[in-house]
Design a protein around this ligand. Sequence first.
Ligand SMILES: C[S@@+](CC[C@H](N)C(=O)[O-])C[C@H]1O[C@@H](n2cnc3c(N)ncnc32)[C@H](O)[C@@H]1O
Length: 229
Amino acid sequence: MNKHLDLKTVVLMGRTFEEYYKMFDLDNGLLKNEILLDAASGVSSFCAEANSKGFNVTASDKIYFLSPDEIETKCVQDLDSVMEQMPAIADIYLWDFFKDIQSLKANREKAYRSFLEDFKKYGIKRYKPVEYPITDFRDKQFTISLVSHLLFLYEDKLDYDFHKKTILELLRISSREIRIFPVVNFKGIRSRYIELLMRDEDFRNLKISIKRVGYEFMKNANEMMVIRK
Ligand SMILES: C[S@@+](CC[C@H](N)C(=O)[O-])C[C@H]1O[C@@H](n2cnc3c(N)ncnc32)[C@H](O)[C@@H]1O
């Protein structure tokens, strides 16, 4: 896939509960019983929506060091710059979850608005300012950690060392498992770090698997990695 989204940095873009539900193959039974961490959650509304449904989710991202106004300014700029590129690269996406570019934009706006409302209301209680790979969460503070659209996808901007240290930190603070979506880069090609990770001595005692899920927006981005202790 030669056409792809061309980004200078990691963008501030947020997905909804419905997308997380599909990306991470979640179900209400699991959500009810777990203490979840959304790592690099940005302006996603997953934490807001999940907590409003009675589930236990904490969000964590380096943008939570900023004020709501600063976050809003940046995420509006990032959304505009991604949307500008969309018409030229629309054919690398599957248009069934979103029917067109307008509905994609409306969904992303809905996500960041719900996030901002919740962020203003709950602040540090739900939204932890964290710069991975280092956190001050306690050992096993969460049962499952989710990482959406940061690791693997941005392999050209984040090196293997960052991936490894972030995953090791998430393993320290999660008692059961980590789920990462997607496992491809922006060209829709499986990240080269996956093989490195599978062969890495420091991960040899873990069960690492790749699972097909019921979400595919960027073509080929339809699998999550599950790392179990
Ligand atoms: C593309 S957004 C994904 C947001 C959300 N997970 C989703 O899928 O809707 C990537 C996020 O990673 C965050 N991020 C990038 N590097 C980070 C780091 N070292 N520590 C914490 N957050 C980071 C950015 O601030 C941004 O919010």
